[in-house]
Design a binder for this molecule. Structure first.
Ligand code: HEC
Length: 110
């Protein structure tokens, strides 16, 4: 969330959130500035600050940030199956992308 100018000089006024989404709604799991670490162990700010200056911490695929394991297909499938909405059954492609996303979310073996 981009805050007002001067809100946080270090993060260029960005505040970072990690959300838990269920059919009952949205809960804020974490929020903050330089200290928010996502469920994959990555620090939001530390990664997003690598975006080239003209992109103001927005990463996209080629703005300078390290890549993430979550693909565009997974993101789109997740959006089309948002548990807060009444969705049709997922397509075969979306079901496969969601299966791959579930694999990513599994805790890694030591
Ligand atoms: C390892 C680096 C990394 C970490 C850690 C990370 N992100 Fe990202 N994030 C990315 C990349 C790369 C994209 C672009 C993915 C794409 O466009 O397919 C992205 C996309 C986004 C977007 C869409 C806008 C954009 O920048 O393209 C938002 C919003 C976002 N991340 C928020 C967060 C938040 C909040 C956290 C922490 C809870 C976080 N990110 C942690 C790398 C990271």
């Amino acid at each position: 969330m981009k805050r007002d100018k001067g809100f946080n000089v270090v993060t260029h006024d960005w505040e970072f959130f990690e959300l838990d989404v269920s059919k009952n709604g949205t809960q804020i799991r974490k929020r903050g500035f330089t200290d928010v670490v996502n469920r994959f162990g990555g620090n939001c700010f530390a990664c997003h600050i690598a975006a080239r200056p003209q992109w103001d911490l927005v990463c996209e695929n080629d703005y300078g940030c390290a890549p993430i394991p979550v693909t565009r297909a997974m993101i789109r499938a997740r959006q089309r199956t948002d548990p807060r909405c009444n969705n049709p059954a997922p397509s075969r492609e979306d079901a496969e992308a969601l299966r791959q996303l579930q694999e990513l979310l599994k805790p890694k073996q030591p």
